[in-house]
Ligand binder design. Structure first.
Ligand SMILES: Cc1cc2nc3c(=O)[nH]c(=O)nc-3n(C[C@H](O)[C@H](O)[C@H](O)COP(=O)(O)O)c2cc1C
Length: 177
C-alpha cells in the first residue's frame, strides 16, 4: 500500500480513539539492530518548542525502555482493526522473550529519517526522535493516580519525540472507521 505524507495533525480523532481502545504500536530497535514492537495506550500528540511532538510514557521494566535509551528513536504506528491480535500480543509479551515481528507477521519497513522501522501493515505512521525526557515523580503526582497506576512503582519515563515524518495509507480514514 502506497503511503502519502500527511500533516501530523491529520487523523487526530481516529488516532486517539485507537490509542485508548486497542492501543497503538511503538517500535524501537535493540542493541542488535532488531526491531521490537510494544503496545501503548497513553500518549499525546501536539506542539512543543515550536515542533510537532509525540509524548509517550514507557516504564523502565519494558524492553522498549532499553531500546529507546540506546537509540533515541522510535516510531508510532496506528493499527487497523484487523491487527487486534498482534496489538494484544505486543502488549503482553516482551521483546526479551519473543521476536514479535516474526511471531505477529508484521513487516518492518526502514524509517526514512530515524533508526527505527515503521510497521507496513499499520495505516498511519510517525517517525520520532527523542529531544527530551523526564520521569514521573511520585512526590509531584496526585495520590489517586499513584494508587491506580503505580502500585508496584515502575514510574514511567516520559519521552518527548519530535515528529520528523508523518505518513499514511491513501485510504487510512476508511480503514480506521
Ligand atoms: C492496551 C495496552 C496499552 C499499554 N500501554 C503502555 C504504555 O503506554 N506504556 C508502557 O510502558 N506500557 C504499556 N503497556 C504494556 C506493554 O505494552 C507491555 O508491557 C509489553 O509487553 C512491553 O513490551 P517490551 O518488553 O517488548 O517493551 C500497554 C499494554 C496494553 C495491552
Amino acid at each position: 500500500m502506497a503511503k502519502r505524507d500527511i500533516p501530523y495533525t491529520d487523523y487526530f480523532t481516529e488516532v486517539v480513539k485507537t490509542m485508548t481502545g486497542t492501543g497503538l504500536l511503538l517500535v524501537s530497535k535493540d542493541g542488535n539492530d532488531r526491531p521490537n514492537a510494544m503496545t501503548i495506550g497513553w500518549g499525546t500528540i501536539g506542539a512543543i518548542w515550536g515542533k510537532p511532538m509525540w509524548v509517550i510514557l514507557v516504564r523502565p521494566s519494558r524492553y522498549t525502555y532499553q531500546c529507546i535509551e540506546k537509540t533515541g528513536d522510535f516510531t508510532i504506528n496506528v493499527p487497523p482493526p484487523g491487527l487486534k491480535e498482534a496489538v494484544t500480543f505486543c502488549g503482553t509479551k516482551s521483546g526479551r522473550d519473543y521476536d514479535k515481528f516474526s511471531t505477529c507477521k508484521l513487516t518492518a519497513v526502514p524509517g526514512r529519517a530515524v533508526n527505527a522501522p515503521i510497521i507496513g501493515e499499520c495505516v498511519v505512521n510517525y517517525e520520532c526522535r527523542v529531544v527530551h525526557h523526564n520521569d514521573v515523580l511520585p512526590s509531584e503526582l496526585v495520590g489517586a493516580i499513584q494508587n491506580s497506576a503505580y502500585k508496584d512503582g515502575d514510574y514511567h519515563r516520559v519521552y518527548f519525540g519530535e515528529i520528523l515524518e508523518a505518513y499514511a495509507d491513501e485510504d487510512a480514514g476508511r480503514k480506521l472507521k
